[in-house]
Structures are given as C-alpha cells and as structure tokens.
Design a protein around this ligand. Structure first.
Ligand code: ADP
Length: 351
C-alpha cells in the first residue's frame, strides 16, 4: 500500500464556482514508502498547493488525501506525522543551532536528555557535527539549510516534504547538497515528497519525477524516462528542449520544416509534434548533408557547446557539439539527424 495517496485532489481558490481556476485539478498521486518523489513545474502550476494539502495546511474542495491508507479529512496538520521544510527555512535567529534542532523534538514531547543525544546525532547526519552552540546568524546559507533539514528530520516524520529546499543557494552548493540529501534519505529510508521548479535538482534527487502544469499532472515517471520520453510539447519545452516542430510521421521518417528526419521504429504515425534532442543534430560537411544551416550563436555549457543553427525558411535548430568540434558563428554547416535522439511526442512512449 502507498504511504501517501491523493485521489482526485482538487483546490479552487476563489470559491467552488465552476469557472474558478483550479490550483489543483483532480490530482491523483501515490508515493510508496521509502520513495523520493519530486514535483516539478513552472511557477503557479500548483506545486506548493499540493504540499500544503498533504500537510493539512490547505483544505480540499474535492477528492481525498490518505496517509497509510487513512483518510486525512479533519486531521489537523500537527497530527499527520509529516515533516515540512520550506525554502525560507524559518530558523529562530536568536537561538543557537542546538535549540533550533531541539525545537523539532520538543514539539513531540521528547525528554531533555533524549533531546541532547538526538540533536548530536542529527547534526552529525547533516554534516554539522558539534555545531550545537553556534549562532544561527553565523552560519552560511548552506549550513542554515542543513540545520533546517536536521530540525525537519528530528521528529522522524514518516513523510518528509520539502518546498524548494535548495532554492536560495548558489548552483555549485545546490549540486553538492542534492547528492548528499539523496544519500541521506537513502540511508534513513525517509519517504520524501519535494517540490521544485529546478529540473536539475528534481532529476538529481528523485526516484520519480512528477511534472505539473496548471494544477494537473502532465507526466510522471523515473527521471530517465521523463528525460528520454517527454509526454508532450509542454514537458519537452519545460525540460529545456527547443527543437520541437510539427511533423507528419510515416514509417520510420517524418516530414518536418527541416526536411525528412528519421524516427525510431515503432513511433506513432500521422500528424504529431516531434522533438529532436540537440545530441541528435550532427554537424557534417555540407556536401553530405540533407540540410544546410548558418551558425548564429554558440554557448559553452561545460560538457558541450550548444550551437544554434538557422536554416533557410525553417525554425532555428540547436545542436550539441563536443567542445573541440564547435563551429564559429557565421560558418555554414551541414546537418544530419540521428533517429535515436528523436521522439515523436503527444503521449508517445515506445514499448
Ligand atoms: P507553485 O507552487 O507551482 O508556484 P501554487 O500552488 O503556489 O503554485 O499556486 C497555484 C495557483 O493557485 C496559482 O495560480 C496561484 O496564483 C494560486 N494560489 C495559490 N495560493 C493562493 C491563495 N492563497 N489564494 C488565491 N490563489 C492562490
């Protein structure tokens, strides 16, 4: 049985009228014990509302929330056994680190001696051993985040919910912390429901990613599946893929504004959107090419160079090139397409 189940969960701000915009629109979601699920979506897609509904901080206008199979209707937030950590981690600035972490324990009536031992363990767990007496104000952003995490973990919640947990930290620290968090949750066996607008964070942290759009679930799957087979144009663009065009698919080829493009065997047929991943746009000598383009810009992305190409009377195309192969802006290049990096969208997912 799932630890958390949302069944047609609906929230309408502005009253129950039929026209009111639903912040959550009949959302169905299950989170298994020990699973790490990240809800991903643009601002306003309903992520925070989803967390608040599970935490009991927001009432439902329709549907139900179950924890351990028990309907949570009428169960107040403090009796749900869920831990919450928000972006603005809301530490008490006038208290030291130990007192902040102990707050999470006192709320649950632990004895003082027991509290001290637990605080020590929790601080070790989050990588801040011996920090009990430090002032919160003297900590860096990343350290404060760890204290907030220790406080949220203190009562050993059966479900830990994180709202943009690393939102305010700089990128390199985020990338490091997200790996540590995943390891930590794995060791503790913590069940986690996190929301973020940052796809990198979601993909690094999650066992399963749930992409939201306008209060609904657009796609749910493992990070690899969502990355490889975005369900539709919205998800593909949200993941940062811009090579999405209308096409007509027949057999293992598609007619597109860029000409004939190969598609994987078994792709859905007929009119569809197709996604060409930048890795599937190969630069070849113009003589061998099916399409000739001019390089407009190139951007270093660390592991590769993103090259933007303009063809005559066709949408721009992004190619991913190895650092040493990237052509200069203004150069004319030939393009060939690699079927393995092409996805026919609109719900398509090869068997
Ligand atoms: P996200 O967390 O993905 O940014 P939210 O859950 O905060 O999205 O918001 C979803 C929708 O509900 C948005 O359209 C937002 O404007 C609206 N909304 C959120 N909270 C309230 C509220 N307290 N009153 C009215 N509308 C709200």
């Amino acid at each position: 049985m799932a630890l958390l189940t949302l069944d047609d969960a609906t929230v309408r701000f502005g009253g129950p009228s039929r026209n009111a915009h639903a912040a959550l629109d009949r959302v169905g979601l299950e989170v298994a014990e020990h699973e790490i699920v990240c809800v991903l979506g643009p601002s306003g897609s309903g992520k925070s509302t989803l967390l608040r509904v599970v935490a009991g901080l927001q009432g439902l206008d329709g549907g139900r929330v179950f924890l351990d199979g028990r309907d949570q209707a009428g169960v107040p937030a403090h009796r749900r056994g869920v831990g919450l950590m928000f972006q603005d981690h809301q530490l008490f600035p006038q208290r030291d680190v130990g007192a902040n972490v102990a707050f999470g324990l006192r709320m649950h009536g632990a004895a003082r001696s027991e509290q001290q031992g637990s605080v020590r363990e929790l601080l070790e767990l989050v990588g801040l051993p011996g920090a009990e007496r430090r002032a919160v104000a003297s900590l860096s952003g990343g350290e404060q985040q760890r204290v907030a995490l220790a406080r949220a973990l203190a009562p050993r919640p059966r479900l830990l919910m994180l709202d943009e947990p690393l939102g305010q930290l700089d990128r390199s620290l985020r990338e490091r912390l997200v790996v540590e968090l995943r390891e930590l949750f794995g060791e503790l066996g913590t069940t986690v429901l996190a929301v973020t607008h940052d796809q990198g964070e979601a993909f690094a942290l999650a066992d399963r990613v749930v992409v939201m759009r306008d209060g609904r679930i657009a796609q749910s799957g493992t990070p690899l599946d969502v990355w490889r087979y975005p369900a539709d144009e919205f998800v593909a663009r949200f993941l940062g893929f811009d090579n999405v065009v209308d096409a007509t698919v027949a057999g293992e080829a598609a007619d597109t504004p860029w000409g004939k493009v190969p598609v994987p065997a078994g792709s859905p047929q007929g009119r569809a959107k197709i996604l060409v991943r930048p890795a599937g746009v190969r630069l070849v000598p113009p003589a061998d090419a099916q399409l000739t383009c001019t390089v407009t810009t190139r951007t270093f992305r660390g592991t590769h160079v993103a090259v933007h190409l303009q063809a005559t009377e066709a949408p721009r195309l992004e190619a991913a090139c190895a650092l040493r192969d990237a052509p200069e802006p203004g150069e004319e290049v030939g393009v060939a397409f690699d079927a393995a990096e092409i996805v026919v969208l609109d719900g398509a997912s090869p068997a």
